[in-house]
Write a protein that binds this ligand. Structure first.
Ligand code: URA
Length: 432
């Protein structure tokens, strides 16, 4: 291990055998954290080339169980977002594509820090559970067309260990380490195709477009090299996606979108990602055709019905999809109003996420219990005009002290301008 650390420290390339050696040794507990930490820091400074990144991905992917989804009929397409604020895309996208007969077998996670997680959001439906066995998961995809489960502890265990170590050694934000971490889990989850949503902006890992495209290219290359059809959409995270931030509030916005009444940016992102998923699965001959099919299923309620089937099959009540008044609701509100006529010039997503965390809607540590009812509704987004006294955003909470702390934080997330401001471009590009 000392030789490996020295080699990388001096900027040399690690061989496949060396990468396999440290991953296997670490998972078996034979190599201590302090040596792996030193290696991570050396990689952070000296980087890894594409071959090393691919080999690291493969070593982590094979460090545990690799799901066999061959019992699911049809071409399985998975979707992954690199994470953001207000990102409820999966809640809309999964039923949308499943309504066209594309099987959706998805593993999702919980929220941590300023970002949310699909599983927490789904648990806003009373009774809903993602704690199902692999057999139930496969059965539900074959019968309902869609299932979402929590990531099993046996999937890519090397990544779980390494990610926890990187988190406390300031070595998370390295392109090769992020790409291999995400792709090892995605590839272990067994899909035939992967559509990636790589976020770029203040609320994302990648703060600018150049880095976001580089990460997208690395992940697409890893996927293709592993024989899995992979593409990426690079999308804006310089402000939250949609207008709702907070678990049950995001579910409600996802339902609105499936009802044709959601925010335009969320609908557009879902149609873009969805049309690639449907085309990958061979259900349409072009993304334009796929888009038309998806639009049709949004207007004829088939996508909404698919969400109801899915919620019903995993312990929730179908009716809650059609009448979301059963979802958790906060008891108090606090408004953020404009103190003069102005335009919104920016909204720092991360700060909005932290404001929601302060309301009780997020976790500081993995053990925290979250309040699914709280959140923030952004009435004004970048480029929109506010008149003096008009509501910019509304906070929903259950505790006055938390509401006022969250309001202060939210105020700091916004900047305003006297001049007109252009709107953010949502889709920054496609990497195929
Ligand atoms: N998400 C992951 O799963 N891994 C990373 O390294 C960063 C984000």
């Amino acid at each position: 291990m000392v030789d490996l650390i020295r080699k990388k420290r001096d900027g040399q390339k690690l061989s496949k055998e060396e990468i396999d050696f440290f991953i296997n040794g670490y998972v078996k507990g034979e190599i201590p954290d302090y040596q792996v930490s030193a290696l991570m820091m050396a990689i952070f400074f000296k980087g890894m080339d594409d071959e090393e990144t691919g080999q690291l991905t493969q070593a982590m992917l094979h460090s545990g169980e690799v799901l066999d989804l061959s019992a699911i009929k049809g071409f399985k397409v998975d979707k992954h977002s690199t994470g953001g604020v207000g990102d409820k895309t999966s809640l809309v996208l999964a039923p949308m594509v499943a309504s066209l007969g594309v099987p959706v077998a998805k593993m999702s996670g919980r929220g941590l820090g300023h970002t949310g997680g699909t599983i927490d959001k789904l648990e806003s439906f009373p009774g809903f559970s993602t704690a199902i066995t692999n057999e139930q998961f496969i059965h539900n995809v074959n019968t309902v067309g869609i299932s979402i489960m929590g990531q099993t502890k046996d999937l890519a265990p090397a990544d779980k260990l390494l990610y926890a170590l990187r988190d406390v050694t300031a070595t998370v934000d390295n392109m090769s380490l992020i790409a291999s971490s995400i792709m090892s889990k995605k590839l272990a989850a067994g899909a035939d195709g992967i559509v990636l949503d790589v976020k770029s902006g203040s609320g994302a890992f990648m703060k600018n477009d150049k880095d976001a495209f580089e990460l997208a290219e690395k992940m697409v290359a890893i996927g293709k090299h592993a024989g899995v059809k992979t593409m990426a959409v690079v999308s804006d995270m310089d402000q939250p996606l949609g207008r709702a931030v907070g678990n049950a509030m995001e579910v409600k916005e996802a339902i609105d979108t499936l009802n044709g009444k959601g925010p335009e940016d969320l609908r557009e992102l879902c149609l873009t990602l969805g049309s690639h998923m449907v085309t990958f699965a061979g259900k349409a001959s072009s993304t334009e055709e796929a888009r038309k099919m998806l639009e049709e299923n949004l207007s004829n309620n088939k996508a909404l019905d698919k969400l109801a089937d899915f919620i019903g099959a995993q312990g929730g009540k179908r009716e809650d999809v059609y009448d979301p008044s059963n979802l958790p609701k906060a008891s108090k509100t606090l408004e953020f109003t404009a103190d003069k006529d102005c335009y919104v010039s920016s909204i720092m997503s991360e700060e909005v996420g932290i404001s929601s965390l302060l309301l009780g809607g997020g976790r500081r540590s993995k053990e925290d219990i979250i309040d699914l009812s709280v959140g923030i509704y952004l009435s004004k987004k970048v480029g929109e005009k506010c008149s003096k006294g008009e509501t910019v955003a509304t906070l929903y909470g259950n505790d006055d002290a938390k509401l006022s702390d969250a309001l202060e934080r939210l105020k700091g997330a916004y900047t305003f301008s006297d001049q007109e401001v252009s709107k953010n471009r949502l889709i920054k590009g496609i990497v195929e």
